[in-house]
Design a protein around this ligand. Structure first.
Ligand code: XIL
Length: 394
């Protein structure tokens, strides 16, 4: 927005405030003080500290080779993040590239980085329908698929027993377009093991590491399009069924790949989060970023992205069940939204997406400010009935 726009808005605001105070024409007095200098974002405390002060975690996904080859990124990650989740290194095609051959080297690098910087470590994802090694589908068809599933989950979770805050045990299992009455995606897991694959995965993961929180993670739950609302219903039913069978599940992961320009209804999302919480589950924002492809590159898109993030986090962080926020990536320099993996995020003008807290030069963006402001205004404690307890710092 142009400077004039901002001044005009400031003028309108002050005029309205003055009118409301009953003295539309200000009494003569000292000249107005100069406008406050814009707070230097770089001087503000890091996101991990702002979050921790409010009883939350903030972190991001990271790629092990990027941490190794980009010192500026590694330093920014260490500064801002209190949690690390592997971008792709803990997925099946990386960690079991051949039957019975487990390669933990890349994940170990990330666990070491997290440990060295006092971060929580999050595992992602034990079962997904993407990043599946080529050997797996034929093996699931020719051997006992339950044994294959159990062996992978047990071996991987045991490898990091005691070191993991939470695991995404199953990722993106709901796909209403597949037409099943239970809303499940017709994935290789469903086809080989049947709907019980979720129960099996969670039970084995819990046996392998009883101390890790186990979550179901999915996308498309955040906006107010009809399909989003229908997916919330299906996910809630899935969670209710899992809890009804005493499946050891602790949390729902809201991926929160937001799209600027889509309708957002904070009240509706909060009602969904409360319904999930009523099942005894925590909620994590697990992959927050913003697709800005619908926004013209006219100098306003960063502010619009920040506004959406502020609206979104203002809603979800008002719910006590929400325990933390993770962005999918930290800097636009390495955003997956600018990779071939996310064709739906591509901008028509071919310009890079700007949907993360740091720009390519590791400078804090307007989205960073929206994140910091939202995390910083979260009420510190909530009573058992979910009402906001007085702020202990107040
Ligand atoms: C993406 C990674 O960022 C890419 O590097 C990889 O090639 C594909 O997967 N939802 C998820 C994540 O749960 O695992 C995906 O991560 C992004 C969408």
């Amino acid at each position: 927005m142009s400077r004039i726009g901002l001044d005009r808005r400031a003028f309108i605001a002050s005029a309205l405030a003055l009118a409301a105070s009953g003295c539309a024409t200000p009494a003569p007095g000292p000249p107005p003080s100069p406008p406050e200098p814009a707070v230097d974002l770089e001087a503000r405390p890091p996101l991990r500290e702002v979050a921790a002060a409010r009883g939350l975690f903030y972190g991001a996904s990271a790629i092990s080779t990027v941490l190794d080859r980009d010192p500026a990124f590694a330093a920014a990650f260490a500064r801002e993040c209190g949690l690390l989740v592997p971008d792709y290194e803990a997925k099946w095609d990386q960690i079991q590239p051949a039957p019975g051959l487990f390669d933990f080297s890349k994940v170990n690098r990330l666990v070491e980085f997290a440990r060295a910087h006092g971060m929580l470590f999050r595992g992602h994802a034990l079962l997904w329908h993407h990043q599946v090694p080529s050997w797996l589908p034929p093996a699931l068809a020719s051997e006992d698929p339950r044994n294959i599933l159990e062996a992978h989950v047990r071996r991987v979770v045991e490898q990091y027993r005691g070191a993991v805050h939470s695991w995404d045990v199953v990722n993106e299992a709901v796909e209403l377009n597949d037409g099943r009455s239970d809303g499940l995606r017709n994935s290789l897991w469903l086809k080989s093991v049947g709907p019980g694959y979720l129960d099996l995965a969670f039970r084995v993961a819990h046996e392998a590491d009883p101390g890790a929180r186990l979550s179901y993670n999915d996308y498309g739950l955040d906006h107010a399009e009809v399909w989003n609302v229908r997916k919330r219903v299906a996910v809630l039913e899935l969670l209710r069924d899992l809890r009804g069978r005493d499946v050891p599940i602790d949390a729902l992961g809201l991926q929160a790949h937001l799209t600027a320009g889509l309708p957002f209804d904070g009240a509706g999302l909060r009602a969904f989060i409360r319904a999930v919480a009523a099942l005894g589950l925590e909620v994590y924002v697990t992959e927050l970023d913003v697709i800005d492809a619908r926004l013209p590159d006219d100098g306003t898109r960063d502010a619009k992205v920040a506004r959406l993030v502020g609206d979104y986090l203002g809603a979800v962080l008002a719910e006590p069940a929400v325990k933390g926020v993770i962005t999918w990536g930290l800097s636009d320099k390495y955003s997956w939204l600018n990779s071939p993996s996310a064709p739906e995020a591509r901008r028509g003008d071919g310009k890079p997406v700007r949907g993360l807290p740091l720009d390519p030069e590791m400078r804090r963006t307007a989205m960073w400010k929206a994140l910091a402001d939202s995390l910083g205004t979260r009420v510190i404690g909530y009573n058992s009935d979910g009402r906001a307890a007085p702020d202990r710092q107040g």
